[in-house]
Design a protein around this ligand. Structure first.
Ligand code: NDP
Ligand SMILES: N[C@@H](CC=O)C(=O)O
Length: 429
């Protein structure tokens, strides 16, 4: 074993960073044995230097992250600050000064992953980011390495722990949205700004990363269709239950049958209770990967929180340190192509639509005509009338999203349709 330690700079010591530091300290001997050299925490950059950080010597704490990554003797920079800047500049500066980087920053990777990869390659360094998608679950490396010889066609899953925690609470205990979000935040699952979770930005960033790796193409955050879960109501859960379903925020990345394009989307969806994703509880994540030769694979585990995420960061740290000792780097992204990303309108799926309508003769026929005119075939209709008004629930067969949007627009114009209470896609059947 080499006796000179590999030096690690930790940028950020919050929910994830504090757990990374703790495990680096408590498992130091194991890590050294696995790497073949000891690893030393050489500095910890934070915003608030006076905050008490258990187990971290005060002399390691700095507010000058730039000076830390520019020191020139740092082997690996672990970036767990989050956000776009200063994280992006710190990572590129780290490469310029000879360090490899481990990051958990999905927002940055989805926005600027290609440029960061290019910077890593230019300087002959590694960029690893297993923790950026689905917390503790090994998913990036299986997709990038284990499945590199196969052809992945679909990635579908729950990739945000906070929203799964909230939806699960709403479904099983009738908890309110705000109360469940507060709990998820207190448990360290939510992003610094939880809007990223509940509005689907975090899951969309993860979908962009997954689609990119799975299909060997570049997919950016802006390419991902996104709907959050803030509008999901108790009434939606009641409708879902009547259909034998529950509601989950899903990330779905698909390669077109002809292989010439891909789609990536994040939105709430009804899924049958019999589907394995329906029983993913709390802040757990689960991702299905469908590949030509492998068939269907499922990855499951804790998707958020300090300790699970630190596990993924530490796994990357070991891999990157081993590469440093061997004067090597892991797989890069230079083989990526650019497949077009098709718009949401091209996606074909089923829909559950709740309408408030007048309860009088001919309304059902009028509504059915609108669906027919837009080429959307109806599977089931349920109507419940009360005091001259009625609630009409239509479940469709598979149809293009653009056709469904056209249908809904036309329905809104009917005098007899008082309002469209909800539109939910139905997946996983
Ligand atoms: N929490 C989770 O479950 C998961 C998080 N991630 C990702 O990990 C990253 C970190 O998340 P998390 O630990 O939850 O975030 P926190 O908000 O808990 O921690 C952020 C840390 O960064 C420090 N920091 C912020 N700005 C600066 C700056 N300009 N210079 C130096 N330090 C700075 C903060 O300092 P101070 O302590 O002084 O405030 C804090 O220590 C994010 O990219 C997140 O998306 C990924 C998977 C799961
Ligand atoms: N806020 C994220 C944290 C992990 O990526 C989530 O809830 O999944």
């Amino acid at each position: 074993m080499r006796t000179r330690p590999l030096k690690v700079a930790l940028l950020g010591c919050g929910v994830v960073g504090s757990e990374v530091a703790r495990i680096m300290t408590t498992h130091a001997d194991d890590l050294a044995a696995r790497i073949g050299a000891p690893v030393e925490l050489a500095g910890v950059a934070v915003r608030r230097p006076s905050k008490v950080r258990e187990g971290i010597p005060q002399e390691l704490i700095t507010t000058d992250a730039t000076a830390l990554v520019k020191r020139g003797d740092i082997d690996v920079v672990v970036e767990v600050i989050g956000g776009i800047e200063p994280a992006r500049t710190l990572i590129t500066t780290a490469f310029e000064h000879g360090a490899s980087v481990v990051s958990a920053n999905k927002a940055l990777l989805a926005e600027d992953g290609a440029a960061l990869y290019a910077a890593a390659e230019e300087h002959g360094r590694d960029l690893y980011y297993e923790a950026a998608v689905a917390g503790a679950i090994p998913l990036i490396r299986p997709l990038r390495e284990s499945l590199a010889g196969d052809k992945v066609n679909r990635v579908l899953g729950i990739v945000n722990g906070t929203t799964n925690f909230i939806l699960d609470k709403m479904d099983t205990s009738g908890a309110g949205y705000s109360e469940a979000l507060d709990e998820a935040t207190a448990l360290g699952y939510a992003e610094a700004d939880p809007t990223a979770d509940v509005e689907g930005f975090d899951a969309a960033a993860k979908a962009a990363i997954l689609a990119g790796i799975a299909f060997h193409t570049r997919v950016r955050l802006d390419d991902v269709y996104r709907e959050g879960m803030t509008e999901v109501t108790a009434a939606d859960f009641a409708s879902a239950r009547r259909m034998g379903c529950t509601i989950k925020l899903l990330a779905i990345c698909e390669r077109a049958a002809d292989g010439g394009s891909v789609t990536a989307r994040v939105h709430p969806a009804m899924i049958p209770l019999s589907h394995p994703l329906a029983s993913v509880r709390g802040a757990y994540n689960a991702v299905f990967v469908e590949a030509d030769a492998a068939g269907q694979l499922m990855f499951y585990g804790p998707g958020a929180g300090g300790s699970p995420t630190a596990s993924a960061v530490l796994g990357d740290l070991v891999a990157v340190c081993r590469n440093r000792l061997n004067d090597a780097t892991g797989p890069g992204e230079s083989a990526y192509t650019q497949l077009p990303v098709s718009p949401m309108g091209d996606v074909v799926t089923r829909y559950h639509i709740s309408l408030d309508v007048a309860d009088k003769p001919g309304v059902l026929a009028q509504v059915a005509t609108v669906f027919a005119e837009h080429g959307v075939s109806i599977d089931t209709v349920r109507q419940q009338g009360k005091d001259g008004e009625a609630s009409l629930v239509v479940v469709t067969h598979r149809a293009p999203d653009a056709a469904l949007s056209g249908t809904v627009e036309a329905l809104r114009k009917l005098d007899t349709v008082r309002g469209v209470a909800s539109i939910m896609r139905v997946e996983g059947e």
